[in-house]
Ligand binder design. Sequence first.
Ligand code: ARG
Length: 470
Amino acid sequence: MKKNRYKSNDSNKVWGGRFKSSTNRLMEEFNSSIEFDKNLYIEDIEGSVVHSEMLARQKIISKRDYQLIKTGLNKIKKEIDNKKLIFSSKLEDVHMNIENRLIELIGDTGKKLHTARSRNDQVATDIKLWLRKKIDDVELNIKSFQAILIKKAEHHYDLLMPGYTHLQVAQPVTFGHYLLSYVEMFGRDRGRLIDCKERMNESPLGTAALGGTSYPIDRNFVAKKLGFSKPTSNSMDSVSDRDFVVEFISCSSLISIHLSRLAEDLVLWSSDGFNFVKFPESFTTGSSIMPQKKNPDSAELIRGKSGRIFGNLISLMTTLKGLPMTYGKDLQEDKEPLFDTVSTIQTCVKIMSGIIQDLEPQRKNMLDALQKGFPTATDLADYLVTDLNIPFRNAHQITGKIVLLAEKKGSTLENISLEELRSFIPNADKKILEVLKTENSIAKKTSYGGTAPQNVKKAIIKAKKTYLKD
Ligand code: ARG
């Protein structure tokens, strides 16, 4: 039994009938995908069981054949689960390894399984079945991460910090508001994953090699039984496109862009220059030479992994772009970028969840940095417009001069005296001093989506309803 499986003579291969000489050894390794597509064995068996059931219902094989095939396939699943089945690269891929084992187990009946299908529709089906589950997993991971962000935002809904543009202090915001901005980004990411899953959820099985089949198969039955919304409409499209994989890796690329930006903020904010956050020690590492160091490697790796995911996207798009219709073995190159993307993105989301959960914002440092950046300059200009009827452009000029004075004196805007202010704005009254206070500035940012702490409180309630319900 084993002897046949490993013999190099190609007449023993399932496709060996028309071959006179055997495959080059290097070619055999080069051609084989079993090392990675063994990941798909559960889905491959699931698809084969339903396919054989359909063949029996349509009287293409007998009920007994179906029972034998089903029992054999379930046994193979257990063998693989328990690492009992040794895969062979001579048998190329997961599909042929399983089929070969079935024939070993149940004899000639096993040879009937591949009736009315091809590996081309089989592999497309397997990937869809596999990816569908993974999309659910990733989506759920992101949902849990959003819950952590929202909880953190709840704790710090009114914690003042500088908001930046051009990485320069712009206006005060709250840490809670900042965290909720990521809740929105990851919310859209989840939406994209759900769309992607829905669009790809059509069954390719039964489109066979490329043109369909002359057997009286029932593709609707197979589609329904495998949880697809319907069968795909065009057999050539079914076996040759991997747009659904591209779409998923694109979704993952956006997730990793968002994670990477968050990671970048955390790397900056945990550095000595900022000191806005204390990075959880459990997600940092030390230096082999500098004893004082505690490096935010986890965030740096998340930032770095985004390059890897974009690479996977480019890799697959390049594979697809020049592919003549329909199937070409190039398509075997779809799996590694996909598998790598799924595991990378899942790990990154989980690691970032852990970081945010235990991250400790440093209130005092945030406030100090805020004051140094003249963050209420816009409020002052707005006050000159609304209360003193000065046109905005002039108000902007005057405020600029006051900032210059504060800068010269090494003072914050809040510490400029009324007399000094009056040298620029003769009719200014005491109210101007209130305008320059950061907590007053932020309390006024009540426009929808703005950062006033009271707004943030409401936004948290809304975010819970939108993103955390079942
Ligand atoms: N291992 C192959 C793949 O991943 C399965 C399909 C093989 N089809 C073929 N016509 N050789 O694409």
